[in-house]
Design a protein around this ligand. Structure first.
Ligand SMILES: *Cc1c(COP(=O)(O)O)cnc(C)c1O
Length: 372
């Protein structure tokens, strides 16, 4: 369709080129180089974490977490069903049984009040997902004294009671995939907030070797010491990412302006808008609307499509997916999860979207919503 408005466009500042050139000129482009270190430095500063390890994806950071927590067959891991497959897959790979709990109807985040009834003697970890970059209720989640891995894929630059999302649980996982606020196409980071995992994390990152120690001169040769894999991104990708991480506040500020525009313009209509708890500062990762029925939601997406505007629904609940049924079980009702899956539509929102384009989207959407 001509002049189609994309749902997402990868963020791009322009200064990425000079940093990539710098990486190429240095003749070192494998992982762990100059730009990887620069990115980890910024991530440490932004989040206040003890250690940041750049990875090639959030999926990789989640898989590293499962290895670090020593997840074994028979262990249980609690997570929302309303999330991306990687949140579950990383733990199923280690043989864990997935225990799905419902989300809250306001933030669409894991319902912290349902944890108690889902926890058993076998529970090894809780994986909260900060949906749309809005923080889960971390204080209640941490009260259970069970290891917490934050899937903060969508929450770079989001805060909970002044603390950086991803920097609150024992481990935190970021994504720099094309669809996220800060991006190098494919990328991620593991934030290690509990000291006890740092040494092992470096081994897991470096194909099971103590190569990191070798580079610091702490051992005189390096060797295979445990289980790991290849989780580092090339330094070229880190070079692309670096200027965006430097500009995280500016990028999120522009997204927030767009987000607030949507929010203001859909007020007073017969439609459910996102809810942001007072103690959460979000990063405007996503703007969505919730309709009264699946039919109405689908009609809205079709209508917007006919105007050349791409709107998209979101997750098919994992508990009802073929792999979710095989590797998981539900703990209680999944009413809110199914409702969100059936009724939610996401609107285009990306860095660089003009106000002119946005007002076209708003006008079209309002013309549909006014008839509800
Ligand atoms: C994007 C996303 C992931 C996966 O991130 P990758 O970097 O593509 O591996 C995992 N969990 C959630 C909630 C996401 O939104």
């Amino acid at each position: 369709m001509p002049n189609c408005i994309n749902f997402n466009e990868a963020p791009f500042l322009g200064s990425e080129f000079e940093h990539i050139k710098d990486a190429i000129d240095s003749k070192h482009i494998s992982g762990g180089g100059k730009h990887t270190k620069l990115c980890n430095g910024i991530l440490k500063k932004i989040t206040g974490t003890k250690k940041s390890l750049l990875t090639h994806s959030c999926t990789a950071a989640l898989e590293m977490s499962a290895l670090l927590l020593n997840i074994e067959p028979g262990d249980e891991v609690i997570l929302p069903s309303y999330t991306f497959s990687s949140t579950a897959n990383a733990f199923a790979l280690r043989g864990a049984k997935l225990v799905f709990v419902d989300i809250k109807s306001d933030t669409l985040n894991l319902d912290e009040n349902l944890l108690e009834q889902a926890i058993t003697k076998k529970t090894k970890a809780i994986i909260p997902v900060h949906y749309a970059g809005v923080s889960c209720e971390m204080d209640s989640i941490l009260e259970h004294k069970i290891a917490v891995v934050e899937d903060a894929a969508q929450a770079v630059g989001s805060y909970y009671k002044g603390k950086s999302c991803g920097g609150i649980g024992d481990l935190g996982c970021y994504s720099f995939h094309e669809t996220k606020n800060i991006s190098c196409g494919e990328g991620g980071a593991l934030l290690i907030n509990s000291e006890r995992y740092i040494e092992q994390a470096e081994i897991v990152l470096e194909k099971g070797t103590d190569r990191s120690k070798f580079f610091r001169g702490q051992v005189d040769k390096y060797t295979w010491v445990g289980l790991g894999s290849s989780y580092l991104p090339s330094d070229m990708l880190a070079a692309y990412l670096y200027p965006q991480l430097q500009s995280v506040e500016q990028i999120n500020k522009l997204r927030l302006e767009l987000w607030n525009n949507y929010h203001k313009n859909f007020e007073g209509l017969n439609i459910k808008r996102p809810f942001i708890p007072e103690h959460c500062k979000h990063n405007a990762h996503m703007y969505y609307l919730q309709f009264n029925s699946l039919e109405m939601r689908n009609k809205f997406i079709e209508f917007m499509d006919s105007k050349g505007i791409m709107c998209i629904f979101h997750y098919v609940p994992l508990h009802s997916s073929p792999a979710g049924k095989k590797y998981g079980r539900v703990a209680g009702s999944m009413e809110c999860t199914e409702n969100a899956s059936n009724t939610l539509a996401r609107l285009p929102l990306f860095y660089g979207m003009s106000l002119e384009v946005q007002s076209k989207i708003i006008d079209c959407a309002r013309s549909f919503l006014a008839k509800l």
